[in-house]
Design a protein around this ligand. Structure first.
Ligand code: FMN
Ligand code: MN
Length: 495
């Protein structure tokens, strides 16, 4: 916690500056006139389906709303924008980016947030009867959604009623009414622990939320920052400068000084409203409409021409590489902290997200592959809602699903290379677990490595070696470049 209140902002972790950078990268598009009800969500989905490096998109002129109240989607859908946000070099490929991120996560020290007394978020202040959240173009993202979701790439700030420790999490927020928003938090999340303590004590539970902010803060709120480490401080540590926050006049909870839209309010014990269903990250409606708590909004603050940041989960076959990279970095670090040696890469194929962790190792001893698999799927970052763990040798490019499938099919034997773990950590979103039985699930470990005992006698591959590719590639470069220029290229010769 900061000790002194400074009045002047010292930095600019500001969504609008970030948008200028993205524009400079030529990765920003603007679409005017899309309707909040399904149209904006459908356009986002179509762009994700069609473009392998999807631009960030600002929707403005949403019919029925102030034309300058906007919605921003696809913030982190390219490696460059992910790197830009995390203050990493912009030219890194997937595994080097994951490696650079995990090195940063390992070495960085949280930097205490800078408390300021005012900021752009106070350009508009509304209280009581004035509050009307229906004046913002809140999208209904998918046809089966039970409501309009204001919070999908946002911050939910809570405080532990016993220890006063503050947490910032990204837990979905549904528009319930002009001054009420529904909140769904999964079991075990830090905000849920705070909420449960308050409910048990029968006390109103203060909550602050931001619905538009620099994507670094969205990352901090949606990643597994250790319990008790403040997400603002963690985000500040990642970029080497403190985040400017304001202590909310109603709740004392802190929100970014240059957030786009902020609310403060409270949850009253025993009060619920129907919430959901919502198209969740696995690409399904696995949890039904249920009674969930809601926040009674007491104060609303927003910048002029505010921008709602959105990251509604679409079917994961079309997006989410940044989530894979972020999780891979934390699983890799978790494995290293547990002492697993010679990990050459960790990746979660985007269509599988948490459901599949792929680890490449340089095998050093009998049992190394099993150890790597068990730790990958049970270290904290990898434990929740997984399903398959695949361990491969380090000649496999784990970011290429074809290579991973080839390894599974040629280096694993179902009778001897597979183990099943039962009663692992799952949750309500798990599509394959029946209603009423959700909570646990099982894991399959696939050792798709050359078996240790006869690794030296394992059949050699016929594939071209890097050396050969280099020799003939450079000898024939001119002709190959010409051929390449006439056809759709999956991988340039220079790669
Ligand atoms: C786009 C997005 C939406 C999310 N929605 C929810 C949600 O509705 N409920 C939830 O409990 N977690 C949700 N999460 C996951 C949490 O944000 C994540 O587990 C985070 O670590 C929680 O913070 P905490 O560790 O401080 O509890 C979401 C994550 C992302 C990326
Ligand atoms: Mn937390």
């Amino acid at each position: 916690m900061a000790t002194a209140t400074q009045t002047k902002a010292t930095n600019s972790v500001d969504l609008r500056d970030w948008l200028k950078e993205v524009k400079r990268l030529e990765q920003l598009e603007q679409i005017s006139g899309a309707h909040w009800d399904l149209e904006l969500g459908a356009l986002t989905e179509i762009i994700l389906e069609r473009i392998s490096t999807p631009p960030a998109v600002v929707f403005d002129n949403v019919p029925g709303f102030d034309p300058n109240r906007r919605v921003l989607v696809n913030m982190l859908e390219t490696l460059e924008r992910t790197a830009l946000t995390l203050d990493l070099p912009l030219d890194l490929k997937i595994i080097p980016l994951i490696d650079a991120l995990r090195a940063k996560l390992r070495s960085m020290q949280p930097i205490t947030a800078n408390v300021v007394s005012t900021g752009p978020v106070f350009e508009n202040i509304e209280r009581g009867e004035q509050i009307d959240l229906t004046k913002f173009p809140v999208p209904r993202w998918h046809a089966g959604d039970g409501g309009r979701y204001l919070g999908t790439a946002h911050l939910v700030v809570t405080r532990d009623p016993e220890t006063a420790v503050e947490n910032v999490g990204c837990y979905r927020v549904m528009l319930q009414d002009k001054d009420k928003v529904g909140l769904y938090i999964s079991p075990g999340k830090h905000g849920k622990i705070h909420y449960e303590k308050a409910m048990k004590a029968g006390k109103p539970f203060p909550v602050a939320m931001a619905f538009g902010q620099h994507p670094l803060l969205y990352i901090a709120a949606s990643q597994a920052v250790p319990f008790g480490v403040n997400e603002y401080d963690w985000a500040g540590g990642l970029i080497g400068q403190p985040i400017d926050v304001i202590e909310g006049p109603v709740t004392g909870l802190r929100f970014p000084a240059n957030a786009e839209i902020v609310i403060e309010g409270e949850i009253i014990p025993g009060e619920t409203m129907p919430e959901g269903p919502f198209g969740e990250w696995p690409g399904y409606y696995a949890s039904a409409r249920r009674a969930e708590p809601f926040v009674r909004v007491k104060a609303l603050y927003y910048r002029n021409d505010p921008i709602i940041t959105g990251a509604a989960p679409f079917k994961p076959t079309i997006h989410g590489m940044y989530r894979s990279c972020l999780r891979a970095a934390t699983v890799w670090n978790g494995m290293e902290q547990a002492g697993v040696p010679d990990i050459k890469g960790v990746y979660l194929p985007p269509p599988a997200q948490r459901f599949m962790i792929v680890v490449a190792i340089k095998q050093r001893y009998p049992g190394h592959a099993k150890q790597a698999a068990l730790v990958a799927c049970q270290c904290h970052a990898g434990a929740y809602l997984g399903r398959y763990v695949v361990v491969v040798d380090d000649d496999i490019d784990i970011t290429d699903t074809n290579e991973v499938l080839w390894a599974i099919c040629t280096r694993s034997d179902p009778a001897t290379s597979v183990d099943i773990l039962r009663r692992c950590w799952s949750g309500p979103l798990d599509p394959i677990i029946q209603p009423g039985q959700k909570g646990f699930n099982s894991r399959m470990i696939i050792e798709a490595v050359r078996p240790w005992e006869w690794r030296d006698k394992f059949p050699a591959t016929s594939a071209i070696t890097d050396e050969t590719r280099k020799v003939y590639g450079s000898k024939w470069q001119r002709q190959l470049d010409q051929v390449q220029a006439r056809h759709r290229v999956t991988r340039a010769l220079s790669e």
